[in-house]
Design a protein around this ligand. Structure first.
Ligand code: LR7
Ligand code: MN
Length: 579
């Protein structure tokens, strides 16, 4: 085949252009391929700072190359969000180091502080355009004994993936990390950290608390120092992805009473693989007031107009990652200063914001990764239970009105923990003219695990055996127990709800076959296999679908269902029936 001269000329031009582009690529890659685990190396430090001086040049390249190409180093450990593979001869070391932070520290240290991540956003998000002139944010990150590489990767990911004009500053609050002989591996959180962050291209500084205050008061300290129009809180082991900030700021720009969270993706505590989370979950809680993810109900999907890139209204937030207008943060009562160390502040803030006129959103176009740990690495002065019971009682006493019964009855031991004085928080609630908890359940969270109306909240006692139905602390899908009644509540607390479910915590008595078994199953609120008719005259508890009766025999340690026969074994006392 003949190729015309003109075509040949054309090919040459294309070839030459490609070559130039290739060379630019190579040069840039050499420049931006930072040292893996550059952590302590001052070389890398300097390299980072030269970015600042070469800003013009970088700006120029950023215009012609997409950002993610600039930072791509395809061969490094963990790049593009992949799992880090620990070589055979380092396995033992990795296991040993896991204990320090309760995540694979060696894997984190092997990765670049600037590791690349794919752009996980939905198409609908990539197409969105945001107004210019969004409010600036201060980013507040509190930590106690955090690792260098996770902390600095959080900081780098903010700087790398936010429009610089929206970053007021990054404030690191060191909640009295233990830089002493016993915790020599925390030495990096002192002067070394100050020196490192001083050279970053965004104003970043460390505030230190004299003594351990817990994350809630540490955040208050950071917030007090902040200068931005917006405050963004992050945990100290996060990675922000491309375009995470604009959608958050944009929602606050539209409505200053919006408290906005990104989708929280999972960074594996084992391999540091970046695993995108679902945009179809929202925040809820159970009777014990543990925060839980649940599927977004159809009602809310419809409200979003079926467009998944629109923000989801969420009943509660996870707590660690969110942005809020700074003035609004204070207007609405910031945080409860009486809360210690860890836990509960996220539910407290969620209830407060909704009940006092604000909104809580998950902004599905914003994604930030977080290292989820199975256990916590640090100490809990006075014990985990004491701290959590203390904080949780402060929530229920201030916010939950009569619905606090659920919490107390399922946690009978809690009352022995003191929770300090909540008068100030209660009068703040009055001052802000906040709505009732019932209003919250009706309007914000009708799918809640707390039944809005119920006939009873207590034990279910069998007449023949005098034994009680007991969840045995088991999970959804497992059988229920029938054991000696201890009258202490806890696992023997059930609610007979207005929807005629027999519910304890977020599980309901469920029968899916004639003759049983009686299992615990996630409550769906739709009746079906979870609907029971209690007859206060005959004392029978009839499973509506199967028309069989709940029964309990002396030698059985679980309740059964069978043909209704009017025997004592099929009679039950459901105490405290309200209607
Ligand atoms: O005494 C302490 N002082 C601190 O500064 C204890 C902790 N901290 C710091 C800690 O170093 C970390 O940066 O506080 C931050 C949160 O503690 P983590 O990471 O040990 O706990 P977590 O990830 O389980 O925390 C979740 O629940 C907390 C309840 O108080 C907070 O709301 C956290 O911000 C929250 N984290 C998230 O929402 C991220 C997603 C997890 C989920 C669901
Ligand atoms: Mn965390």
């Amino acid at each position: 085949m003949m190729i015309s001269n003109r075509k040949l000329q054309y090919c040459k031009i294309i070839l030459a252009t490609s070559l130039v582009w290739f060379l630019i690529d190579v040069i840039l890659l050499m420049y931006y391929t930072d040292c893996a685990a550059m952590g302590n190396s001052s070389d890398c430090n300097n390299k980072d700072n030269t970015k600042q001086h070469k800003k013009e040049e970088k700006g120029f390249f950023e215009k012609i190359l997409p950002k993610n190409i600039l930072r791509r180093n395809p061969t490094g450990p963990g790049e593009m969000g992949k799992a880090v593979v620990i070589p055979q001869d380092k396995q033992a070391e990795s296991k040993e180091k896991f204990k320090i932070n309760q995540f694979n520290l060696l894997a984190s240290d092997m990765m670049s502080l600037n590791r690349s991540l794919p752009d996980y956003r939905m198409d609908g998000c990539k197409r969105k355009s945001y107004p210019t002139g969004l409010p600036k944010t201060s980013v507040v990150i509190v930590f106690h004994n955090e690792a260098w590489s996770t902390l600095l990767r959080t900081v780098h990911s903010i700087i790398n993936r936010s429009p610089i004009e929206y970053l007021e500053e990054i404030i690191l609050v060191d909640d009295a990390s233990e830089r002493d002989n016993t915790k020599a591996h925390m030495e990096h959180l002192g002067q070394q950290l100050d020196d490192y962050v001083a050279k970053l291209p965004v104003r970043t500084y460390v505030i230190r608390s004299e003594s351990r205050t817990g994350l809630i008061r540490a955040r208050l300290k950071g917030a007090a120092a902040s200068k931005g129009k917006v405050i963004t809180f992050l945990d100290a082991h996060c990675e922000c992805t491309e375009g995470w900030l604009e959608p958050l700021l944009s929602e606050i720009h539209k409505d200053r009473t919006a408290v906005v969270c990104p989708i929280i993706d999972v960074i594996s505590d084992d391999t540091f693989e970046y695993i995108p989370g679902s945009d179809m979950t929202w925040g809820g809680f159970n009777w014990k007031l543990n925060f839980r993810w649940y599927p977004v109900p159809q009602r809310e999907l419809d409200r979003r107009g079926g467009e998944r890139s629109n923000p989801t209204r969420t009943p509660t937030m996870a707590g660690g990652l969110f942005s809020i207008d700074r003035d609004y943060f204070y207007e609405i009562g910031s945080y409860d200063e009486g809360m210690d160390i860890w836990g509960g502040e996220n539910l407290e803030m969620s209830f407060r914001v909704w009940m006092c006129g604000g909104k809580v959103y998950i902004v599905t176009c914003s994604r930030v990764g977080h290292v989820f740990r199975k256990t916590s690495p640090y100490s809990w002065p006075g014990g985990v239970a004491r701290i959590i019971n203390h904080n949780t009682q402060r929530i229920v006493e201030v916010w939950m009105d009569e619905y606090k019964d659920f919490f107390y009855k399922i946690n009978p031991g809690v009352r022995s923990t003191s929770y300090g004085d909540v008068k100030e928080r209660q009068s703040m609630r009055k001052r802000l003219q906040c709505k009732s908890f019932r209003w919250y359940l009706e309007n914000v969270y009708p799918e809640s695990q707390l039944p809005l109306d119920y006939f009873a909240l207590g034990e279910i006692r069998n007449k023949a055996t005098n034994k009680c139905i007991d969840s045995m602390g088991r999970k959804s899908g497992e059988k229920t127990g029938l054991v000696h009644c201890h009258s202490q509540g806890g696992n023997q607390i059930f609610s007979y709800t207005k929807k005629k479910a027999l519910q304890t915590d977020d599980v309901c008595l469920d029968v899916s076959a004639i003759g049983g078994p009686v299992k615990l199953f996630q409550c769906h609120g739709l009746g079906g296999n979870q609907k029971w008719e209690y007859d206060r005259q005959t004392l029978e508890v009839k499973h509506v679908n199967s028309k069989q009766c709940l029964g309990g025999k002396q030698n059985d340690n679980e309740p059964t269902v069978g043909t209704c026969d009017g025997s004592q074994s099929q009679k039950w006392i459901i105490k405290d029936m309200k209607w």
